[in-house]
Design a protein around this ligand. Structure first.
Ligand SMILES: [Zn+2]
Length: 101
């Protein structure tokens, strides 16, 4: 998974295409990410108990990893991310400007 929590990403598909936001959560096994303020849907909740009202709540749904692109912190463009090794530690880098992050 080349996207981490806290990354700024650009949405390249779906209803919020073109927008960008901060990654709130990553689901590595499911290859999905949740982004702040992106893919927000309204959900209607039925009243559970008597006297309680049904309400409309907003839920942020996760997106498939392939529908987002990382925004490079040095060239501030949506970029593809590569990995290279520095010693034993794998380091992410921008395929456009080669900056590491
Ligand atoms: Zn870059």
């Amino acid at each position: 998974m080349r996207i981490k929590k806290g990354d700024l990403v650009n949405i390249i598909a779906g209803k919020d295409k073109g927008k960008s936001g901060k990654v709130m959560k990553v689901y590595p096994v499911r290859h999905r990410v949740s982004i702040e303020g992106i893919n927000v849907y309204k959900k209607h909740v039925r009243p559970r108990r008597q006297g309680e009202k049904g309400e409309v709540i907003e839920v942020t749904r996760s997106l498939q990893r392939s529908n987002v692109m990382l925004v490079c912190s040095s060239c501030s463009k949506p970029v593809r991310v590569g990995y290279k090794r520095e010693g034993k530690k794998p380091i992410r880098y921008c395929k456009k400007c080669n900056a590491t992050f």
